[in-house]
Design a protein around this ligand. Structure first.
Ligand SMILES: [Zn+2]
Length: 511
């Protein structure tokens, strides 16, 4: 065969093939690029949503009550939908095109969670609704003992106990061992309300005090709120916290010690292996409810995961079963595998999880989910989110730190910690002779430590205090830091409002 013939054959056969391959490869690359851009858009929309949630709940005085937080969650969902739609280029900001691809959103709160999902209506349509609140609760049945335990994101539980014919409801914090702390110094501090311009009128800065930490009106200061018991914090809060937690723990040890994981039931069925004889409520130094690796915590997280998984599965499959009727998607929705590390995040933090499925992307479907954690909230006391100030330092230069920061002086006896939301900007309305103005202020004048908070040099430096996952072990803290840590946790937890606080009254009488 002549060379020319070979060339012609090559051109006729090989060229189209290579063109097809290159077109196919290009389509795959386009899909990948598009997928990556969807990932970024999903994360951005999720961060926007959790930020909206944080801001709204911070300024909602009743936000600790799960039911009043519905509005804040609805606002977060709407932020998510708007942000996601807008970044996907949906014209007019409508979320109509995005919604069918979102089979569920999850919000984990302190003692339970909300699922937002398309729910079947009477006339076989779908309504996008926030379902009723689910508590992290589980029933244990052992002989004639019957206990319903409501878990939370930390060491606080509520127990509804029925033993034979006796019936009791108790709530409280579980602690591994007795910790004794002294009275805290009351902290007197003036915080200036920032100068802000409202309707082009400048309002002068005024001093307000850290109203909740002292009883008397200090000279030259003004309180933002009227003085009342609600804003007064007892300097013995921390001491009381440990005493009451100890009473409650003893009660739990007495009454629930023999309960094992295999006794756990939900909807009439056992939820763990029949031979799982883990004693969850045998509390002590070898089962420390404040240690993430303890039997109590592993079980608590399993219970939360189990409940969320069941309900998400139910919601998503109900939607999938009828998705054929949904002309927009024609996709088989199902709950994706969430990895164990992500479950730890979900079951120990205020989180939002958004699922996106079946969205056409190039030659494939886009499936992903985002997990974002609330950064600042009033829902519970996270030891990691307590910031410490050394009041012995010069007022002009001092800053707030994490407890194990090397720049926080361990020898100072004036270290005090506060939950991180106290360091946020607050907005307050001040009425002055019929004129109401909005002003902003900070409860603390200190700035964030560049090293531990802004820079976050934690992995490399804190080996003495933390495990490989970054969990802090307070028993390793040295100098006055340990005392400051226990006081701050105790005070903040003691003053944390929960709807079930009143079940803890009995801990007081005996403590
Ligand atoms: Zn620091």
């Amino acid at each position: 065969m002549k060379l020319q013939h070979l060339s012609i054959i090559f051109i006729i056969i090989m060229l189209p093939i290579s063109l097809i391959i290159s077109a196919y490869t290009q389509a795959q690359i386009d899909t990948l690029v598009l997928q990556n851009s969807y990932d970024a858009k999903l994360m951005d929309a999720s961060y926007d949503a959790i930020k909206a949630f944080d801001i709204n709940t911070m300024n909602n005085d009743l936000s600790n009550v799960a039911d009043t937080v519905r509005d804040d969650i609805n606002a977060a969902i709407s932020t998510f939908m708007t942000s996601f739609s807008a970044s996907m280029g949906v014209p007019g900001g409508t979320d109509r095109y995005i919604k069918p691809y979102i089979p569920a959103m999850l919000f984990t709160l302190y003692d339970g969670y909300y699922i937002y999902a398309p729910t079947l209506t009477e006339n076989n349509g779908f309504a996008y609704t926030l379902q009723p609140y689910n508590y992290y609760s589980v029933t244990y049945k052992r002989g004639s003992t019957y206990a319903v335990v409501n878990y939370t994101l930390d060491n606080y539980i509520v127990v509804y106990l029925k033993k034979g014919n006796e019936y009791e409801v108790r709530s409280g914090y579980l602690i591994a061992e007795d910790i004794s702390v002294g009275e805290e110094n009351t902290i007197e501090e003036y915080v200036p309300v920032a100068n802000v311009a409202t309707n082009e009128v400048n309002i002068r800065a005024r001093n307000v005090t850290l109203d909740i930490y002292n009883q008397e009106t200090p000279k030259g200061g003004e309180y933002l709120y009227e003085r009342n018991e609600l804003y007064y914090i007892n300097p013995n809060s921390a001491k009381k916290y440990y005493a009451e937690a100890s009473t409650f723990t003893n009660w739990v040890n007495e009454n629930l010690k023999d309960i094992e994981a295999r006794h756990a039931m939900r909807n009439g069925a056992h939820i763990f292996e029949e031979d799982d004889n883990t004693k969850i409520f045998d509390i002590g130094s070898n089962n420390n409810p404040e240690d993430i690796n303890s039997r109590f915590n592993q079980h608590r997280m399993e219970v939360i995961k189990n409940s969320i998984q069941d309900n998400l599965n139910y919601s998503i499959s109900a939607y999938a079963a009828s998705a054929g009727a949904n002309e927009d998607t024609k996709y088989n929705f199902r709950l994706p595998q969430i990895n164990p590390d992500e479950w730890i995040t979900i079951s120990s933090n205020i989180c939002m999880v958004a699922f996106v499925q079946g969205m056409p992307v190039g030659t494939r479907y886009y499936n992903n989910y985002s997990i974002v954690q609330s950064a600042t909230n009033k829902f519970f006391v996270d030891p990691e989110n307590i910031y410490y100030i050394d009041y012995a330092e010069d007022e002009k230069t001092r800053s707030y730190h994490k407890i194990d920061c090397p720049y926080l002086n361990q020898n100072s006896d004036k270290i005090t910690g506060f939950s991180n939301y106290n360091f946020q900007k607050f907005t307050v309305k001040i009425s002055n002779g019929g004129e109401t103005t909005k002003q902003t202020y900070y409860r603390h004048r200190e700035g964030a430590c560049y090293y531990c908070i802004v820079g976050g040099h934690y992995d490399s430096d804190s080996k003495n205090f933390r495990d490989e996952y970054g969990n802090l072990y307070p028993e390793n803290l040295v100098g006055n830091k340990q005392d400051a840590y226990y006081k701050a946790i105790g005070r903040e937890k003691y003053n944390q409002y929960t709807t079930t606080n009143y079940f803890g009254e009995k801990n007081k009488q005996e403590g």
